[in-house]
Every structure is written in structure tokens, then in C-alpha cells.
Design a binder for this molecule. Structure first.
Ligand code: FAD
Ligand code: PHB
Length: 397
């Protein structure tokens, strides 16, 4: 097989890239190790930045999202038993975020790609990258037991944190920046109408809790837990009881309970590799960086990377110039580090750290008080949460 851009991974990064390239008249083939049904059912992110929403609409992929998604123009920060609203609309000149599940985005992207005759090879196994330091890289894999080969001009490594693309780069090229947190999130999806119209991020002595949602009938809730938390120790009643304690307010906030549809534990880390490119291989999304989910940024950052990559590839196929492609890593990393900073900051503002002293606790509460009472500080949170502007600018000297 032969194509212009071989895309490894059918997550948000790989699929959005395939659509952007199609719009620019560039051919691509997506290789995905999982079956279609699996990627269309995997429960993950839920918050789309305004820029992500606008891009999906521009690509005519947002029809179902606009019908079924929930536009939110604020969040609540809850601490010391009181809620404080951060008003995005007012603080950002009218911007907001869309609550729409990642796997629904995936369904929409896959359906549109298949309908347009685009190729996605599901259940591609033993994927291996070859000759990535040349202008004729090759991807070898197996499908239904048969050995396959895909020749391309470029490879987009969109295969997430545990993929193979990052590790195909020779050792010594990449520099890794990594931070693990001493906690994880226990997440549930529940058949219960959300107890609040907007997301609630709660800082509590017992640990962080988050109330989110997927629809007017389905709640998505998270609890800070140990990174290796054993789900068997968390029967549904215990989860509800703990959520109730951490989300409690002085005026008797009532959590709506319901049947738990899904449970899982997610570890938390901050991770970046530099550069995000080697030879003909460009890393995008979680294959190059991970953020803790507290800022709701991972999917959105993956989409921002592939916007840059698509523009670079478009310039190359239109004019033969590699100017943007050569600056791909530099352009992306500028945003990546700002998003790392924000996600780390939201995480440290809201979680209980095992090593916390009484001093740290007071400082954290003072910071929450400041963020929710200062126009400057709440504007900083709001403009980051709804999404920083997309830029291709040069790095400042
Ligand atoms: P992925 O979505 O991981 O996609 C990679 C794809 O590559 C997968 O389909 C995988 O099967 C495939 N693959 C892997 N290896 C291979 C291989 N060798 N060959 C071929 N294919 C391969 N982000 C937000 O923006 N907002 C949120 O609210 C948010 N909440 C989150 C909550 C949780 C609990 C979690 C876990 C994550 C959350 N995120 C959130 C992060 C977000 O889900 C990820 O950042 C996003 O999925 C990254 O997209 P991606 O396309 O880079 O990678
Ligand atoms: C979610 O709804 O899954 C969600 C919302 C906000 C976050 C992380 C996850 O910060």
C-alpha cells in the first residue's frame, strides 16, 4: 500500500488529522490497533475547548455535537463547603466549553471518514516503523495474520502514550520531562441526572472530587484516590458516600445517585518529549505529551498539535517548502508547555498531597480564595480553561 501520510492511531489526534488532510487534498491512511467498536466505546474525556468545537464545525463534523452536547459558560470551584462560580462568558468575552464525550467525537469522526471513502485499518497488529530518517518511511504491520506494508512520505505518530511511534526514535534524540503525582482518579459514569448544571471542582480535606456529566441523564464523577487503588475496595455505596462527603456544602448540597454504569482508575502524570519530530516522523497528542486531567486539556492539545501538522503538510504539498514542518516541534511545544503549566497548577490547587503540611493547606485555601475573588486571577483561569488562542508565532528570543 502507498499513501502520502501514514497515520498511526485512530484517537482524536489521528482522526482529526485525517480529516484536515482530506480537506487539503492530501491522502492518508489510518492504522489502528483496536477494533472500531472498542475505540467507539472507550470512556475518556468530556470537555471540548471553544477552538476544538469551532474546528469540528468548520470540518462539518459537529452536527451531532451541536445537537447533543451541552455548552457551558462557567465552572464552580468548591472549598470550605461553599461554591464559587468562575464566569467564563464574562471573563473571556463570551467563550465557553462544550460537554460532549470523547467517544462520541470518535464515532462522528470515524463515521464521516468511512462515508467519505477514507481508509482506516482497524485491528492492525505488530505495527513497526522503518526508515523514519529517510524521505520514504515505511510502516509494517499485520492484519488478520497477513503481513502488510504501507509506504508513505510522512508518518504521523498519533498512537497515544503507550504507542510504538515515540519508541521508534533512536535513543539519545529525545529529552523527556516527567512528573508523577502521588494520586489518581477513580471515575464513574452513572445513570443519574447531574446534581448541578455546571462542573464542580471540589477541594476537600479528604481529597479532590469532580462532578461532571455527559447528558441531562448521565453524570460523570471522579474522586482523588491512590494511584494503585483497588476497585474491589470500592463498592458503589462507598463511592457515593465519599462523593457526598467531598461535595457537601454548608447549605446541604444533594448529590443525585443512580446506577453505576462504568468504573475505572486513572493515574496522573505530566510528561513531555522534546523534540516532537524526527526525520519523517511527527509525534502528535498523547504520544508526545500527557497532562493530568484536572484542566481537561489532553484531547484539546492533541487537536492543536495536528492543526499545526496539517498546515505544515499543506504548505509542503502546495509549495514544496518545509518551513512550517521544520518549526512543527517548536510551535507545538510552546503551547504544550503553557498547557502543562495550567494542568499542573489546577492539579496542585485542588488535590490533597500526601506530604501537605498545615502551612501548605492554608496556602492552598488562600490561593482558592484569591482565584475566586480577584478579577485578574479568575480571568487567568477562565482564559486557560476555554482554551488559549491557536498561534503559529515565532518563539520569543
Ligand atoms: P489516544 O486517544 O490515546 O489515541 C491513540 C490511539 O492509538 C488509540 O486508539 C490506540 O488504540 C491507538 N494505538 C496505540 N498503539 C497503537 C499502535 N501500536 N498501532 C496503531 N494504533 C495504536 N482530555 C480533555 O481534553 N478533556 C478532558 O475532559 C479529559 N478528561 C480525561 C479523563 C480521563 C479519565 C482520561 C484518561 C483522559 C482524559 N483526557 C481529557 C485526555 C484525553 O482523553 C487524551 O489526551 C486524548 O485521548 C489524546 O488523544 P490522542 O489521539 O493523542 O491519543
Ligand atoms: C470529564 O467529564 O470526564 C472531565 C471533566 C473535566 C475534567 C476532566 C474530565 O477536568
Amino acid at each position: 500500500m502507498k499513501t502520502q501520510v501514514g497515520i498511526v492511531g485512530a484517537g482524536p489526534a489521528g482522526l482529526v488529522l485525517a480529516h484536515l488532510l482530506e480537506r487539503a487534498g492530501i491522502e492518508s491512511i489510518v492504522l489502528e490497533t483496536q477494533p472500531r467498536q472498542y475505540i467507539e466505546g472507550r470512556v475518556r474525556a468530556g470537555v471540548l475547548e471553544q477552538g476544538t468545537v469551532d474546528l469540528l464545525n468548520e470540518l462539518a463534523l459537529g452536527e451531532r455535537m451541536m445537537r447533543q452536547g451541552l455548552m457551558h459558560y462557567g465552572i464552580e470551584l468548591r472549598f470550605k463547603g461553599r461554591g464559587h462560580r468562575i464566569d467564563f462568558k464574562q471573563l473571556t468575552g463570551g467563550k465557553g466549553v462544550m460537554i460532549y464525550a470523547q467517544h462520541e467525537v470518535i464515532k462522528d469522526l470515524v463515521a464521516a471518514r468511512v462515508a467519505a471513502g477514507g481508509q482506516i485499518c482497524f485491528e492492525a497488529r505488530e505495527v513497526g516503523l522503518h526508515e523514519i530518517d529517510s524521505e520514504n518511511p515505511v510502516i509494517r504491520f499485520t492484519q488478520n495474520g497477513a503481513a502488510m506494508e504501507l509506504q508513505c512520505d510522512f508518518i504521523a505518530g498519533c498512537d497515544g502514550f503507550h504507542g510504538v511511534c515515540r519508541d521508534s526514535i533512536p535513543s539519545g534524540v529525545l529529552k523527556t520531562y516527567d512528573r508523577e503525582y502521588p494520586f489518581g482518579w477513580l471515575g464513574i459514569l452513572a445513570e443519574a441526572p447531574p446534581a448541578s448544571d455546571e462542573l464542580i471542582y471540589a477541594n476537600h480535606e479528604r481529597g479532590f472530587a469532580l462532578l461532571s456529566m455527559r447528558s441531562p441523564k448521565i453524570s460523570r464523577l471522579y474522586l482523588q484516590c491512590r494511584p494503585d487503588e483497588d476497585l474491589d475496595e470500592w463498592p458503589d455505596d462507598r463511592i457515593w458516600e465519599e462523593l457526598h462527603l467531598r461535595l457537601a456544602t454548608r447549605d446541604g448540597f444533594a448529590l443525585t445517585r443512580g446506577r453505576v454504569l462504568q468504573k475505572g482508575v486513572t493515574g496522573m502524570r505530566s510528561f513531555v518529549v522534546e523534540p516532537m519530530q524526527f526525520g519523517s516522523l511527527f509525534l502528535a497528542g498523547d504520544s508526545a505529551h500527557i497532562v493530568p486531567p484536572t484542566g481537561a486539556k489532553g484531547l484539546n492539545l492533541a487537536v492543536a498539535d495536528v492543526r499545526v501538522l496539517a498546515l505544515g503538510l499543506e504548505e509542503f504539498y502546495r509549495t514544496g517548502k518545509r518551513e512550517l514542518l521544520q518549526r512543527y516541534s517548536e510551535i507545538c511545544l510552546r503551547r504544550v508547555w503553557k498547557i502543562q503549566r495550567f494542568s499542573w497548577w489546577m492539579t496542585s490547587l485542588l488535590h490533597k498531597f500526601g506530604s501537605d503540611s498545615e502551612f501548605d493547606r492554608r496556602r492552598q485555601l488562600a490561593e482558592l480564595d484569591y482565584v475566586t475573588s480577584s478579577l485578574a486571577a479568575s480571568t487567568t483561569l477562565a482564559e486557560n480553561y476555554v482554551g488559549l488562542p491557536f498561534e503559529l508565532g515565532q518563539e520569543p528570543e
